[in-house]
Design a protein around this ligand. Structure first.
Ligand code: 5GP
Length: 254
């Protein structure tokens, strides 16, 4: 098979030219980084699991009318996506205090927030993805007010839907990060959900024990990282039972 042209390599994914104009192939790596690359490692099988988890969640979101860049999964590590113009923002949604919010504002991790909070970060590794406000975003032209309105409306719907979906499988959706892109169809543009949704960019806690089932296990050296990703896939019903026979419940993770 002819080698495809690589367009971009990120910390966890590679983008290749797609088979048709306007498409790309998104390849999921096992590489894990934390602290903007300060900590590096491999989580064996992570790419395969994130490909499946993200496919599942993007399809469920499509079912409720959320536009996404996802077309279809191609194989264990690759999915076909629409080429979009990525908006250089990370949209973080928080339901429960954790991570940088807990640290910045001195709120104990695990405190339920009075309401859902949305934050924006400027996607720029050399600046460490600084937090920015609507003022910065519109003044510097990263997105206009209309784009932001669309992003916020989509983000709130994604949060409502995913929070419910995870409650149904005994998981609290603590917070997560979304990315959006502009999809051009002739003269028309619409904002669509891009990137991935997986335990790499969500905080997922077991609803009963608050066991962490996400990348914080890697960031904080908690161990059993692969098992946590498998547990999420298994609870979502996308792993054959046999694959998971030796790690049924979160009680195995300390
Ligand atoms: P925090 O700001 O607390 O570090 O992260 C909030 C949420 O957004 C967490 O679920 C975290 O996984 C996600 N997040 C924030 N920034 C990034 C990022 O640069 N990469 C990834 N994969 N997730 C991020």
């Amino acid at each position: 098979m002819a080698r495809r042209r690589q367009l971009y390599e990120g910390k966890a994914k590679i983008l290749f030219e797609g088979p048709e104009p306007g498409t790309l192939v998104q390849y999921f790596k096992d590489d894990a980084t934390a602290g903007n690359g300060a900590k590096k490692g491999i989580i064996t099988g992570k790419g395969v699991l994130n490909n499946r988890i993200s496919e599942h969640l993007m399809l469920r979101l499509h079912d409720i009318g959320i536009p996404t860049h996802f077309i279809r999964r191609l194989n264990m590590r690759e999915q076909l996506i629409r080429e979009v113009e990525i908006i250089p923002l990370e949209v973080v949604v928080r339901n429960v205090a954790a991570g940088s919010l807990a640290k910045r504002l001195g709120i104990p991790e695990g405190t339920r927030l009075p309401r859902t909070i949305i934050e924006y970060y400027y996607k720029n590794d050399s600046l460490n993805d600084p937090m920015v406000s609507e003022e910065h975003i519109t003044a510097f032209g990263w997105a206009c007010t209309n784009d932001l309105d669309d992003m916020v409306a989509l983000t709130m719907r994604v949060n409502d839907f995913l929070s419910g979906l995870f409650v149904g499988i005994g998981i609290t959706l603590v917070d997560f990060k979304l990315e959006f892109g502009r999809l051009w169809e002739g003269e028309d543009m619409r904002i669509v959900l891009a990137d991935e949704i997986s335990p790499d960019n969500c905080r997922l806690w077991d609803a009963k024990t608050s066991e962490k089932l996400d990348k914080d296990r890697f960031r904080r050296d908690l161990g059993r990282v692969e098992e946590a990703y498998q547990e999420v896939a298994w609870r979502l019903g996308i792993l054959p039972e046999a694959t998971n026979s030796d790690m049924k419940g979160p009680e195995v993770m300390q």
